[in-house]
Design a protein around this ligand. Sequence first.
Ligand SMILES: Nc1nc2c(ncn2[C@@H]2O[C@H](COP(=O)(O)OP(=O)(O)OP(=O)(O)O)[C@@H](O)[C@H]2O)c(=O)[nH]1
Ligand SMILES: [Mg+2]
Length: 291
Amino acid sequence: MAGIALGSRIRQLFTGGGRGESLFEELEEILIEGDIGAGLATASVGALREMMKRSRIESREQLTAALKGLLRPWVKAEPLALEPGRLNLLLVLGVNGVGKTTTIAKLADYYRRTAGVEEAVLSAGDTFRAGAIDQLKIHGQRLGARVVSQRPGSDPGAVIYDSLESAQARGARLVLADTAGRMHNKENLVKELQKIDRVARARIGDGSYRRILVVDATTGQNGLRQAEVFHEAVGIDSAILTKYDSTAKGGIALQISKGLGIPFSFLGRGEKLTDLEVFDVDRYLDSLLEG
Ligand SMILES: Nc1nc2c(ncn2[C@@H]2O[C@H](COP(=O)(O)OP(=O)(O)OP(=O)(O)O)[C@@H](O)[C@H]2O)c(=O)[nH]1
Ligand SMILES: [Mg+2]
């Protein structure tokens, strides 16, 4: 049933007349396939069974409301507000293709609209993938934002250093730094990230620095492993769930939040600049369970 949204599978469960034990078994399977994690799926269904003993749950609405109540405590959301009067660096991390560069453009647009940040600096820290620098430059042109870059293959730490210097010299409030999602191997990636992190920490001075992980809702279970690798390498302050628009999944945010204690700040629901929402736990769970 891959490709069918979790919410409509729960609906089918009811229209199919499923009751009793088979309903619970199917629900557990649906939740696992929605990526909320086997442990949480089993525990939630167990709790629902207990609730059913005390009061009848007869409609899908009652079931999803009860389920939402059980899942809600595990999702952490935290807004990503810029620190006033200081230079803010958001280092955007994640494996290749998850939506890092697109999200950087969305964030530049978001902070311009909501925080009056006219002078965001985009830092072309993905020097690894051919075309990454030009892709960021195109976003920069469309946004009217400055892009700081060096040649392909150059040291990403140096690019981010330059970007911070340039932002400080101009009194800019925000640097959004792109990074490569792929290296020749995982060890290289981790080393490179740690190097970038050291440069950023040393250079940001009394500014504010946050490491942001981008997670693709359609990736599935592997998203947890990705988050573990990045969290271990540099420590993740906040995560953004992308591609939550047309997905059958997205429970991975629950797993990451529950397993690693990482809060989510934004949700991407499309390719356009404005397809970025502040992460709201209720909206997230409503989409997950009723979408
Ligand atoms: N539907 C949808 N597509 C998205 C979303 N965010 C990004 N994309 C698309 O996903 C694709 C990859 O996005 P990029 O921003 O290039 O991803 P990246 O992580 O920078 O990729 P690399 O630079 O290759 O590591 C593009 O086609 C984007 O338009 C989203 O929220 N919803
Ligand atoms: Mg990119």
